[in-house]
Ligand binder design. Sequence first.
Ligand code: ZN
Ligand code: ZN
Length: 218
Amino acid sequence: MAPRRKDMLSQYWYDKSLNIKKKDFGDWIKKREIRFYGENNLYKSFTDKVINNTNEFIGNLMLDIKISESDEENPINRLFRDMPIADYFCKKKVQYINNPSSLRYFTSYSGGMLILTNKKTGEIHNPRDYDDGRSNFRYGVAIISLSGGVRNNARIIEAVIKHELTHMLGLEFHHHKNTNCLMTRKINSYDLCKNCHNAINSFWNGIEERTGEKYLKV
Ligand SMILES: [Zn+2]
Ligand SMILES: [Zn+2]
């Protein structure tokens, strides 16, 4: 059974969504599609598995959003290729990566973007911290850096992808207490706890109410 809305309001971002300005709704959600941008050195079997598993993950959240592989160049690689190498710009690049909204200038795609990169995101809090990513609901961008401690373990990469994807789907939340959940800072579970799962549902219920569009398959 779904928790009472009021319970979610006090704990999660949904309460903010009630006051959210129209501009804060990512237009990307209208497309109901997220494109996955990998790195050239990723095995196809790994990419396929990530796409399957993230689709299953989104399906479990009852969201009517599909993840598919992009055939465009990875936007971060394009960014690095197109920008001059001077230090000044190197700094800027890091800023671009720290600010996912900037990626909007480098793609014509209007849906969501889930990007894996070998480049540093520029702000990895702690080498032991698996949360090597940046994500943003408004702009529909999630970036996962493989440059930190995560790169050698496919299962951990997948957990970080799901963690960032969950942020991108609206949960701006980390547990402060030691709970078994994908949304703890150190990602100490491969799954969402029930509260986070319900919070995402509640959040998208709020979006449905505000937009009059259907996004949940219930
Ligand atoms: Zn996080
Ligand atoms: Zn949780």
